[in-house]
Ligand binder design. Structure first.
Ligand code: MCF
Ligand code: ZN
Length: 337
């Protein structure tokens, strides 16, 4: 079977960051929003570096002004994900962008997103779940408001809570109150760390926020003892190699530590992060992993199994996704084992 056809699970996808540029341009035109500087001449997103990426992301997001806009976004994003062979996806959603963290407004956005996700599931079989995400450079007060929205709407669809944004701003401990609230509401926890911050940022995040997954986490490789701890504790890394290379965390794919982390026993998964921003897709990530590290079907199935085990969904959903994976048996021969 071709790698392109393998069923894929994606645990790390920012909803607005997955918006096709043409979709954002279309909304900007409809609403007469000036997006000067957001796009290059070839129509792709324009940014110089990580901090500039964050502000371009927010500028592009400014065209999304209503629950219906978010419903349209979910439809567009899931259509593309399903075309990539994704069968299960978790997306980061932010109450900051959806009603300014007002709980009543947030419920309306959420309802619209969930309905759009249900339609996509009926149409293409793709399953989506949401992780409410606070934005680190917006500060701890905004994070508390997001956590309250998350706690109010925790359930079958909002299944997790996380933090993304500028890792250079503040400390993980500044957000502990929000993570404690989310945990008490029954939400599963993940946090971006070890992307721009070194191994200590991963240690601090695990200690202060008590998360079970780390977004990126790749710079843990710089501390062998930490790598052992991650492996022993079964912490899953949401690795986004293409994102790391394009943003300059690593100079090229062959320097990326995903394979070394795996070899040291760390559970890794593969995601695209913000695919059009990083000129990537799930298929492109798979093709690169095959080309650069020689990954075969069995390696990808192991990655999918890791994602399934770490997915923030209920048991029934997990079984449904597991059935989709069973359609594609491990092609590894007995000689390989
Ligand atoms: O993972 C990438 C790069 N590292 C950190 N943060 C983000 C990434 N993509 C989006 N983000 C942040 C960004 O601040 O997540 C927020 C954006 O505003 C959206 S979460 C729905
Ligand atoms: Zn991310």
């Amino acid at each position: 079977m071709s790698l392109k056809d393998l069923p894929k699970l994606e645990l790390h996808l920012h909803l607005e960051g997955a918006a096709p540029p043409a979709f954002i341009r279309g909304l900007a035109k409809e609403k007469s929003v000036d997006l000067t500087g957001v796009f290059k001449e070839d129509g792709s997103y324009a940014y110089r570096d990580f901090v500039h990426f964050l502000s371009v992301y927010e500028a592009a997001t400014s065209v999304l002004k209503s629950p219906d806009d978010y419903a349209r976004l979910v439809s567009a994003v899931l259509e593309e994900s399903a075309a990539q062979g994704v069968v299960y996806c978790e997306t980061f959603v932010s109450p900051d962008f959806c009603g300014g963290s007002d709980v009543g407004a947030w419920r309306e956005y959420l309802h619209a997103m969930q309905e759009a996700a249900d339609r996509a599931e009926a149409r293409d079989g793709i399953i989506l779940r949401g992780i409410v995400t606070c934005i680190r450079h917006f500060g701890p007060d905004k994070a508390r408001a997001s956590a309250l929205c998350a706690a109010e709407t925790a359930g079958d669809w909002i299944t997790g809570f996380g933090i993304a944004g500028d890792e250079g701003k503040g400390k993980p401990g500044d957000f502990a109150w929000s993570f404690d609230l989310a945990r008490e509401a029954g939400l599963r926890l993940t946090a971006h760390a070890g992307e721009w911050g070194g191994p200590q940022s991963v240690r601090d995040t695990l200690r202060d926020l008590g998360v079970e997954r780390i977004g990126h986490g790749v710079r843990a490789i710089e501390d062998p003892a930490l790598v052992d701890e991650l492996a022993e504790a079964g912490v899953t890394l949401e690795v986004c190699p293409g994102s790391n290379v394009v943003l300059g965390v690593y100079p090229d794919w062959s320097s990326h530590p995903i394979q070394r982390l795996r070899e040291r026993g760390v559970k890794v998964t593969v995601s695209t992060d913000d695919p059009p921003f990083f000129h990537t897709t799930m298929r492109h990530e798979y093709e690169q992993l095959e080309r650069v590290f020689g990954w075969e079907t069995a390696d990808f199935l192991e990655i999918s199994r890791n994602a399934l085990d770490a997915a923030f969904c209920d048991g029934n959903t997990r079984e449904r996704v597991a059935d989709r994976l069973k359609d594609h048996p491990n092609e590894r021969t007995s000689d390989d084992r």
